[in-house]
Each structure stands twice: as structure tokens, then as C-alpha cells.
Design a protein around this ligand. Sequence first.
Ligand SMILES: NC(=O)C1=CN([C@@H]2O[C@H](COP(=O)(O)OP(=O)(O)OC[C@H]3O[C@@H](n4cnc5c(N)ncnc54)[C@H](OP(=O)(O)O)[C@@H]3O)[C@@H](O)[C@H]2O)C=CC1
Ligand SMILES: CC[C@](O)(C(C)=O)C(=O)O
Length: 335
Amino acid sequence: MATIYYDQDADLSYLQGKTVAVLGYGSQGHAHAQNLRDSGINVVVGLPETSRSRERAAADGFEVLSVAEAARRGDVISMLMPDHVQKGVYEEYVAPELKPGKVLMFAHGFNIHYGRIVPPAEIDVTMIAPKSPGHVLRDLYRQGIGVPALIAVHQDASGQAKQLALAYAKGLGCTKAGVLETTFKEETETDLFGEQAVLCGGVSHLIQAGFETLVEAGYQPELAYFEVLNELKLIVDLIYEGGLKFMRYSVSDTAEYGDYVSGPKIIDDRVRETMHQILQDIQTGRFAQQWMAENDAGRPNFSRMRQEAQQHPIEEVGERLRAMMPWLKARQIPS
Ligand SMILES: NC(=O)C1=CN([C@@H]2O[C@H](COP(=O)(O)OP(=O)(O)OC[C@H]3O[C@@H](n4cnc5c(N)ncnc54)[C@H](OP(=O)(O)O)[C@@H]3O)[C@@H](O)[C@H]2O)C=CC1
Ligand SMILES: CC[C@](O)(C(C)=O)C(=O)O
């Protein structure tokens, strides 16, 4: 059985009188900074002088420092910039500020697990990895609801690393939903697998393939959007609230029968074999190597694929249809 911590297992006082330096103010950074502050914790934000996020963090009321100054001020230093820049930021600005008593925190184990960052033994190294996009972490905190997270301790120099990380998780609101104990290795490998095979890669390509199949067969694109994308959210809400069992109870028997007979044809042995292959590439470090090489080369493939994906017809149809649903918050990609 997994060890899972809840509100009663975490004590915010471990963070009292301490400063958390949130380095990066993107998806996770803005949510950590704001949730921790709303939980009564002292937060400063560290960003490069040229960062586009500086204005937003300052407008949100944070003291915005250089990365080095924030790392100097922080008792807890939270590495919330993109994974591919963390090694460089760590070596140039963070490592020189590490002293016994400091805590280096991560929201994902990539750089520690793959040996890209090797912190000195005399500091604590921990992780609270919310199992949620940062914008949802913030939204649900504001609603008094939490998202689950994973906790891992890589180094416990102080003897208090886990308690302090649990306090951080409580400050984020995650102990409301459950904080599961793991290792950097398990978090990194399962997170990469989940986002590639299911949550991002699997789902987005399933949606696009379903949309393309209907449109190529002559059906209206708007109808295809409602069918395979909009309704997916409503179906996933049922799964989230009551499991697959409740979704199958709520849909028609016709849909449930179709689920059982056609689902295995979509997710067939070849797809399962591909999933194993994807997992292997993660476990061996092949994917990590490939992704870092792509960054070192200036992201030629990533940029091309991002542009192609943004031009998929489902995006244009979706934008028009969502504009007619005023209750949807406008989630715009910052320019
Ligand atoms: N996205 C998510 O929801 C999740 C992310 N994680 C993990 O959280 C960490 C942060 O990811 P995420 O929030 O997606 O990151 P983002 O891409 O959203 O973070 C971008 C932020 O980092 C800043 N930044 C860029 N370069 C630097 C730098 N050199 N030094 C300091 N700040 C910099 C950006 O500034 P500017 O505006 O100038 O570009 C921006 O504020 C990663 O380890 C990720 O794996 C874990 C769980 C979920
Ligand atoms: C599913 C993507 C994710 O792993 C996440 C939001 O948890 C990420 O790294 O962004």
C-alpha cells in the first residue's frame, strides 16, 4: 500500500519564519508562489533580468529579484523554470548560494534523476510534484480544493526534509487531496510516461484522429469538435468523480457496449507494445538525451511540431465554438 499524507500529517509551522524562493513564474511557479503566500508563507520570486514574467509577478504583488539574489534569500529554493534550463541556472546562480540548512526543491525529478544536477551533500533535496497543471493547482486552491501531489526526499541533511516538504505541500493545498510518497526515479519515469502515452500525447492524438476520421468522412467539423473534444471533458469529469464505473453507468447501454467491443480494437496489442517501448526509452534515459539534444540544437523539431499542431483545423473550429460559450474562461497563450 502506498503511503499517502493528508492535512493532519503536515505542519505548516516548518515553513514559518522561512523564505521560499520561487525561481520561475510560469505554470507551476505562479501557482506555487500564490498558493504558498495565501497559506501565510513568505515568498520571493527569482527571474532573469530580461524575463517576460517579471511584470506579471510584480503585478501579482511579489518581490521580484534576480535568480542569484532570490537563491541567496531563500531558505527553500524551488526550481520552477523549464526542465531543460534548470542545469544551467543551477550551476550559474543557485549552487554558489547553497549552504547547510538550505533546501533545494523540485516539482519534477528530471534533473536529479538523470544526474544533470548533483547538489552538495549538506543540503536537503526534496520534491513536491503536483499531479496537475499549474493553472489548475491555483484555481482549485482558490476554490478550497486541492490536487494530489507526489513527495520524494533525495537528500535529508537536516533530518527534517520530509516534514518541511510536507509543509510545502500543505501550503500548496495538496495535502487536501493526498500526497503520495515516492522516489525521484519513480516520479520522473511515471510522469514522463503518463504525459507521453496518455495525458498529452495519447489523448491529443486520439482526439485529432477521431476529428479527422469524422471530417474526412464528410461530417461537419463543428459536430466533430462537439463529439470528440467538448464531450470528452464531460465524460472525463464523470470518470474523475466516480471512476470508469460511474461513467459507464451514466452513458447509454449502447455506448457502454460500444466501449467494450471497440475500445480494445483502438488500444490493441500493437499500441500496448508501443507503450512499453515509450516506457523503456524513458527508463534508459534515451528520451531525456534526445530532448536535451533537441534543446541544445535550438529546438528545430519542437518548434516545427508546435506550429503544425497549432494549425490543426480542430483549433480553428474550437476557437469559434468556445467563443460562443461565455462561461469558459479565456485560456489564452501569452504572446
Ligand atoms: N507545467 C506543469 O503544470 C507542471 C510542471 N512541472 C514541473 O515544474 C517545473 C516548471 O515547469 P513549468 O511550470 O511548466 O515551466 P514554465 O515553462 O511554465 O516556466 C516558465 C517560467 O520560467 C521562467 N524562466 C525561463 N528561463 C528561466 C531561467 N533561466 N531562470 C529562471 N526562470 C526562467 C520563465 O520566464 P519567461 O517568462 O521570461 O520565459 C517563466 O516564468 C518543471 O520542472 C516541470 O517539469 C511539474 C508538474 C506539472
Ligand atoms: C501532464 C503534464 C505534466 O506532467 C503535468 C501537468 O503534470 C507536466 O509536466 O506538465
